[in-house]
Design a protein around this ligand. Structure first.
Ligand SMILES: Cc1cc2nc3c(=O)[nH]c(=O)nc-3n(C[C@H](O)[C@H](O)[C@H](O)COP(=O)(O)OP(=O)(O)OC[C@H]3O[C@@H](n4cnc5c(N)ncnc54)[C@H](O)[C@@H]3O)c2cc1C
Length: 378
């Protein structure tokens, strides 16, 4: 009888909790470590909502991976009876000649994605919450909506534990060392343990844990801001998420409370984080100026003073493509990092791919474009 593979998961956050679930569901013996506890808000996850969408605006190669994730989102919901994701649609908006809008249309056409093109006149009637400019185009991605990040991480971790994974909370991993002859040793402040493989998903702590990584992952500080309707609030019945191309580039997600709307900006507006252990979680008034401008210009029904702020961190690669695969020189250490603001929707697929790589050494998923194999150092 084949022996069960022992696999460590380092970082039980967005991707690590899914990896723990997929690994243990596929027969591995799993120990999952986190410096905090699953569902915390001191890293990349948190803030109530994340966008799920079938179109990754910059690259059609993500579509098969999103499809794989989509199936696993449904599976995790069915297995646990929890609503982790709600499909309310996602509107892409912007000038019809904006290159990002053109890519969205190309990706939709190439992959036959379920969508609706809405002109400015129809937009004004159906979605009065948005102010559209002349020459604007809007495309509704129908297989889209919002994800609940805290609930998802806790649910995936709990499902992994139900299936037999051991969760080690408040246990930072200090070293992930390859062992001569195969396998990996995990060191914490109190002990060391040997595994056949390790899935390393430390999010913004990737440089802290792996200082010799040959690829650059820049850690950025991202602000989320929640707004309530103002006095002249107008909204249609539909409350899809939205992404606006152009400058300022931003996205928004109506909150599950049915009232507030969360806004976020793209990477260009994020400040760098020098040390993930010292994230500045207070927002200075001047950091809200872009949000105020967005509300005044594009979302006139909202009150421009936010009622809630959240500060998170995310790792960005230069290409914005994540790093997925073995570390150079060690096939037993599987890294998944640098999700560049896009990782939540993909996380169940990433967890499954991590399980493929850790248990079988390969995956049938089309990951060449994000793989660590043959990736130039940067
Ligand atoms: C504000 C914001 C909005 C976003 N919006 C979207 C969106 O709408 N849609 C979307 O798809 N994506 C979105 N993203 C991106 C997505 O949230 C991230 O890509 C994803 O959460 C990254 O997952 P991760 O597992 O790499 O990191 P994390 O979820 O941060 O997990 C890393 C985990 O590792 C733990 N850890 C770190 N070091 C160690 C160690 N040494 N030992 C033990 N544990 C350790 C941490 O405590 C943490 O729990 C957004 C990101 C941000 C910041």
């Amino acid at each position: 009888m084949a022996t069960r593979k022992r696999v460590a998961v380092v970082g039980t956050g967005t991707v690590g909790s899914q990896a723990a679930w997929r690994l243990v569901a596929r027969g591995a013996e799993v120990v999952a470590y986190d410096r905090f506890a699953p569902g915390h808000d001191r890293s990349a996850a948190g803030g109530e909502t994340r966008v799920f969408r079938s179109v990754q605006t910059d690259d059609g190669r993500y579509v098969p991976l999103v499809r794989h994730a989509d199936a696993l989102w449904q599976q995790l919901q069915t297995e646990t009876g929890r609503e982790l994701r709600r499909l309310t649609g996602c509107l892409f908006m912007g000038s019809a000649d904006d290159p990002e809008m053109r890519t969205v249309m190309d990706v939709i056409a190439e992959h036959g994605l379920d969508h609706e093109v809405i002109d400015a006149e129809a937009m004004a009637k159906r979605f009065p919450q948005f102010r559209v400019d002349d020459g604007d185009l809007a495309v509704l991605d129908r297989r889209a909506g919002f994800i609940r990040p805290e609930l998802t991480v806790q649910t995936a971790a709990r499902r992994a534990a139900e299936l037999g994974a051991r969760l080690r909370r408040y246990t930072p991993v200090r070293k992930v060392n390859p062992v001569a002859g195969g396998g990996v040793e995990i060191r914490t402040d109190t002990d060391r343990e040997r595994f056949d493989a390790a899935v390393v998903t430390p999010g913004p702590w990737v440089g802290d844990l792996l200082p010799d990584l040959p690829w650059q992952v820049s850690i950025c500080r991202a602000i989320s801001a929640w707004f309530l309707p103002g006095e002249d609030h107008r909204a249609g019945e539909e409350r899809p998420g939205f992404i606006r191309a152009g400058a300022p580039h931003f996205y928004g997600i109506p909150s599950p409370d049915g009232l507030s709307v969360k806004l976020g900006l793209s990477q260009a507006y994020h400040r760098p984080v020098d040390d993930p252990n010292r994230l500045e979680r207070t927002v200075a008034p001047e950091e809200l100026e872009t949000f105020t401008e967005i509300v005044r210009r594009h979302l006139p029904g909202l009150n421009p003073d936010p009622v809630r702020l959240g500060v998170f961190m995310e790792g960005y690669t230069d290409s914005t493509r994540p790093l997925v695969g073995p570390l150079p020189g060690c096939d037993d250490i599987i890294l998944l990092a640098g999700f560049s603001g896009q990782g939540f929707k993909l996380s169940p697929a990433m967890g499954d791919i991590a399980a493929d790589l850790a248990l079988e050494g390969r995956t049938t998923q089309p990951i060449d474009f994000i793989s660590t194999h043959g990736r130039a150092a940067a």
